[in-house]
Design a protein around this ligand. Structure first.
Ligand code: HEC
Ligand code: HEC
Ligand code: HEC
Ligand code: HEC
Ligand code: HEC
Length: 187
């Protein structure tokens, strides 16, 4: 009986340390089921469509943006000939995209994968400007925080995106504006 409080404290300390060390990194490997099976491997990998073709606001705003079905249809109405007999042969998933989303004027409700807590300030624009050298493919910048998405059939989070991760790079780029004072990233 006398030992009970000690055990409780030990358990709490272990849980606390566990949370500190493993808690913040729990998002690594997070790859939720999506309402529609979209493949980065096919589009950004095999067909080398540039990331910014779809994530078109990434270089000048906070958010990278998720493309609407209209962007998909720039290609899938024409490239894969969704008319006449071709329509029958078209990939089942593209037909799904066409009839269950495009024709019904709705977008898949994508489940968000990467998320910053509210107390952290983050914007894509300054990062893309600082990390992307002229003439480089967009993905050379994205890889630093998202891994090689062009090789992913299903996107998953590969970096912890925790404070240490951010700070490491801010130190590396200190002379290019990577700041390490608390106010740089916290409100
Ligand atoms: C043809 C359009 C298209 C291209 C090209 C494309 N993406 Fe995407 N991207 C999407 C769509 C649609 C989603 C939402 C579905 C999903 O998560 O797979 C998405 C999701 C993502 C996400 C996850 C966002 C979240 O919820 O956190 C990341 C990261 C991402 N893309 C990075 C990239 C990178 C890096 C490239 C270039 C190598 C790229 N994308 C090229 C359409 C595209
Ligand atoms: C720049 C042109 C282009 C855009 C934009 C585009 N696609 Fe594709 N898509 C292709 C090509 C090319 C293929 C490969 C066809 C093949 O291999 O026969 C393809 C294949 C597919 C397939 C079936 C094969 C697979 O591997 O998944 C689906 C489903 C698909 N796209 C969905 C989408 C969605 C959803 C979007 C919008 C977020 C989109 N596409 C945007 C060109 C495009
Ligand atoms: C310095 C790290 C970093 C780089 C570089 C980066 N991202 Fe992100 N990305 C993040 C973080 C952090 C989030 C979550 C942001 C939030 O919750 O506000 C995110 C979220 C996203 C999302 C989800 C939707 C959105 O608009 O926030 C997409 C899509 C995405 N990134 C695509 C890209 C693409 C494409 C590139 C390269 C052109 C890129 N990112 C470069 C860190 C980065
Ligand atoms: C791969 C390197 C790298 C990573 C990783 C990185 N940053 Fe940065 N960040 C930079 C650089 C370089 C700048 C300076 C850009 C400038 O001054 O133009 C910057 C600037 C910033 C700024 C200031 C933007 C402004 O308004 O001037 C904030 C806020 C920020 N980063 C937050 C974060 C957060 C939060 C993370 C982690 C999720 C992160 N960064 C990860 C390289 C990185
Ligand atoms: C380069 C960006 C960056 C800088 C600079 C930075 N932080 Fe953070 N901080 C973050 C990110 C990102 C998280 C969220 C980590 C996560 O969700 O795992 C965080 C989380 C935290 C938390 C944990 C809050 C919680 O319970 O989730 C505290 C406390 C904190 N920061 C304090 C500080 C202090 C104090 C400084 C200055 C010495 C500082 N930070 C500088 C990016 C930064």
């Amino acid at each position: 009986m006398k030992k009970a409080p000690k055990i409780i404290i030990t358990v709490l300390v272990v849980l606390g340390l566990g949370w500190l060390f493993f808690g913040p990194a729990k998002q690594i490997g997070y790859a939720p089921d999506q309402p529609f099976a979209y493949s980065h491997l096919t589009h950004a990998g095999k067909y080398q469509i540039d990331c910014q073709y779809c994530h078109s606001t990434v270089s000048y705003s906070k958010s990278a943006g998720i493309p609407g079905v209209n962007v998909c249809m720039n290609c899938h109405r024409a490239v894969l000939g969704l008319s006449g007999t071709a329509k029958k042969d078209a990939n089942k998933r593209i037909m799904d995209l066409y009839s269950n989303y495009w024709e019904k004027k709705k977008a898949p409700e994508w489940v968000r994968i990467h998320n910053m807590p509210d107390h952290v300030r983050f914007s894509h624009a300054p990062h893309i400007k600082a990390l992307l050298k002229p003439g480089q493919e967009s993905k050379t910048a994205c890889i630093r925080c998202h891994g090689d998405v062009a090789q992913m059939e299903v996107v998953s989070q590969v970096e912890s995106l925790n404070m240490g991760f951010c700070l490491n790079c801010h130190r590396e780029y200190e002379k290019d504006g990577g700041r390490t004072n608390c106010g740089a990233c916290h409100h």
